[in-house]
Write a protein that binds this ligand. Structure first.
Ligand SMILES: *Cc1c(COP(=O)(O)O)cnc(C)c1O
Length: 412
């Protein structure tokens, strides 16, 4: 969404108000053009022979978004058997899906193996059991390089105490298992967390991965995970993808040349591909002046967009019903019966009840983290593609709240 000629508009000149009139409020809106431009930018940043971008499904899992990713040429990164099934349903070939679970049962991993997707294993116990159950099934191993990345402790997953990955200090143990069970290791992987600012952290991790990769002569790919940071507010530092691309490509090409093999470089971004494509539209229910604060209470809350409360994430907010006039300072809050503050001290064009507010960067980890808390419905989702809007998820209804509940006659 952009401010063009004094009006907020999505691709094709579609206004937020028009969408709210057609589909109701609150509403998630995604623009495919932004997803495509981010995908193209990522591919272009790497000067290597073989690159595969596996989109991290958990960021935004609407099946139309997955199909769009497939059309762009992406594969999928999945973290549950349900995401694997979603990917297959969206038409991905099994070899274009990598399954990277953490702390799931061998049973679930077996189901994924039966679907013939790529399996990425992140602990020694499962590596051994899997080799038992599926001898000669190629696997990827997730290495924990023990570097501190990530913008928030909850999204930093590569440090020493992290539950993710096999410590690279345990490599001798891995090698013993690989040797004993003749496990075909086809890939090595790392993912150190979201919002990595410093590309040197990434490069350090990469060096560790190259070192590990040196032990596996039949490798097909090296997966550098993700964690690319995108700007959430003006002046935000983002991962310099072009610089990262140049540096990693150089080292990767060197590595391939030394081995005389054409490996594939893989990445699995979620946020980078979809964050900026999304806008969340809400309506101002009340403007409430207290002794010290002016609140805007909107028709949404942590049930629809929990990142500000969970991660202290900053989402830019604009009053898209007003593009001029004076600005006032507001604290924007939700309607849930606990403190659900979206933003403190935000300058917005003077808000009247009924105005539409927009949250930026609402593509990644927004709808997928929504819930029915307070017995509220989850919002509808709209995709804007080539200048036209399409409803890709209807709003829930009262019946949806009961879909999985069963009645007994106990309390009649
Ligand atoms: C969540 C996740 C990603 C995506 O991270 P982003 O910060 O959204 O790019 C990639 N790989 C794995 C294994 C993940 O769990």
């Amino acid at each position: 969404m952009q401010l063009i000629d004094g009006a907020y508009q999505f691709d094709g000149g579609i206004s937020p108000e028009t969408l709210v009139k057609s589909y109701g409020c609150p509403l998630y809106v995604y623009e495919s053009s932004k997803i495509k431009s981010q995908y193209d930018r990522l591919i272009k940043a790497f000067d290597v022979k073989n690159i595969k971008v596996n989109y991290a499904t958990k960021a935004l899992n609407n099946i139309e978004i997955l199909k769009l990713m497939r059309q762009l040429g992406a594969g999928l990164d999945t973290v549950s058997i349900q995401e694997v099934k979603l990917g297959l349903k969206a038409g991905f070939k099994p070899e274009d899906i990598i399954y990277t679970p953490n702390c799931v049962s061998l049973e679930e991993i077996s189901l994924a193996a039966e679907k013939k997707v790529k399996i990425n294993i992140d602990n020694l116990s499962i590596l051994e059991q899997f080799a038992h159950s599926f001898p000669s099934y190629p696997v990827c191993i997730r290495i924990n390089p023990h570097i501190m990345g990530g913008g928030h402790s909850k999204i930093s997953v590569g440090h020493i105490d992290s539950k993710f990955g096999i410590s690279y200090h345990q490599l001798p143990h891995v090698l013993r298992l690989v040797d004993m069970y003749k496990i075909p290791i086809e890939g090595v992987h790392m993912h150190t967390g979201s919002d990595i600012l410093d590309i040197d952290v990434f490069l350090q991790g990469a060096e560790i991965l190259f070192e590990v990769a040196g032990h596996f002569p039949n490798l097909k790919y090296i997966d550098f995970g993700s964690g690319f940071k995108v700007p959430y507010k003006d002046g935000d530092i983002e991962t310099d993808i072009e610089e990262l691309g140049e540096k990693i490509s150089f080292r990767f090409n060197e590595f391939c040349k030394k081995r005389n093999q054409n490996l594939t470089i893989m990445f699995e971004p979620g946020k980078f591909l979809v964050s900026q494509s999304g806008t969340f539209l809400v309506s101002a229910n009340v403007v409430k002046q207290t002794t010290s604060t002016v609140f805007v209470g909107v028709d949404s809350g942590l049930n629809h967009l929990i990142r500000p409360m969970l991660y202290d994430a900053y989402h830019r907010i604009e009053n898209v019903s007003k593009v001029s006039g004076r600005k006032r300072i507001y604290t924007v809050v939700g309607y849930i019966c606990e403190t659900d503050t979206f933003g403190v001290n935000r300058q917005l064009h003077e808000v009247a009840e009924g105005d539409i507010l927009a949250f930026y960067n609402a593509g990644a980890y927004c709808f997928t983290m929504s819930s029915n808390y307070n017995s509220r419905y989850r919002p509808a989702e709209v995709l804007i593609h080539e200048g036209k809007d399409y409803l890709i998820r209807r709003r829930e209804t009262f019946d949806d709240l009961f879909q999985t509940q069963l009645s007994t006659s106990l309390f009649e």
